[in-house]
Design a protein around this ligand. Structure first.
Ligand SMILES: Cc1cc2nc3c(=O)[nH]c(=O)nc-3n(C[C@H](O)[C@H](O)[C@H](O)COP(=O)(O)O)c2cc1C
Length: 242
């Protein structure tokens, strides 16, 4: 399939064919492709829980309000945001970047680039992702808004802004996953209709982790699980050329 054909093929499928199994390795590969999604500051504050165990599938399906898509899913992938991993990932990025800069940056620029990375991942990222009962978010917001009175400044730095950042990133990974699945004829249905407290408990996630999306997977049974033709608001209502 071309990219356009794949995008047209992907639909939210709410009923999967009981007789058609998925190849776990292929689904795993699609999850790996999802990690190629663009993501904020390359922090990759996401995790992917690939559920294949039949018993666990049933329990998760119940936490997803027993929706038909989860009840008939052959596998389920849960997309999770992990703000709490920011220090670990910053360190991994710096470890990688040291060699990356040495290999690819012009010699005269290497020192400055390395210093910039150090400031960004050792100071800016911990400042952005640190929480301290949500109080740091308020401090960041006041600081950023004050600076923006004098020069352009990113002001979306509060506690809830940072949650949006990691959910945006994770959503891009989820979409990349669904496109990769569609390309091999596998179907998905993104869900936000679930009890996140229960899903978190089942996956033994820490408090600060959040469920971004639950994606049941399987293979469509004709048009049974597709609710008719696709509706989109007219393109000229949403397209603004400036
Ligand atoms: C964030 C998000 C949450 C969604 N939650 C649900 C859900 O809980 N149950 C459901 O049946 N569909 C859910 N959907 C699927 C949408 O209803 C679907 O994408 C939309 O109707 C467009 O249809 P299409 O995906 O076939 O193009 C969700 C989609 C997104 C992106």
């Amino acid at each position: 399939m071309s990219l356009q054909e794949t995008l047209e093929y992907r639909r939210s499928v709410r009923y999967f064919d009981e007789a058609k199994e998925l190849d776990t390795e292929k689904v795993k590969h699609c999850i790996e492709l999802a990690t190629l999604a663009p993501n904020s500051s390359n922090m990759q504050l996401w995790e992917f829980y690939h559920i294949t165990d039949p018993e666990m599938l049933k329990i998760i399906s119940h936490a997803c309000l027993d929706q038909k898509a989860t009840e008939t899913a052959k596998q389920i992938v849960v997309f999770v945001t992990r703000r709490d991993l920011h220090r670990k990932h910053s360190k991994a990025i710096l470890d990688f970047e040291k060699g990356n800069i040495a290999r690819y940056s012009p010699p005269e620029r290497q020192e400055k680039r390395w210093k910039d990375r150090l400031v960004y991942y050792n100071r800016v990222m911990p400042f952005l992702y640190s929480r301290f009962l949500g109080l740091l978010g308020l401090l960041r917001k006041i600081l950023a808004t004050s600076i923006s009175l004098f020069r352009p400044m990113v002001t979306t730095v509060s506690e809830s802004d940072v949650r949006v950042v990691v959910h945006k990133t994770c959503g891009l990974a989820a979409q990349t996953f669904m496109i990769a699945m569609a390309e091999i004829g596998y179907d998905t249905c993104p869900l936000e209709g679930f009890d996140s407290r229960r899903v978190k408990r089942l996956l033994k996630l820490p408090r600060s982790a959040e469920i971004n999306m639950v994606i049941p997977c399987g293979i469509r049974k004709g048009t049974l699980g597709i609710w008719g033709e696709r509706f989109r608001v007219p393109f000229d209502e949403v397209y603004k050329k400036i």
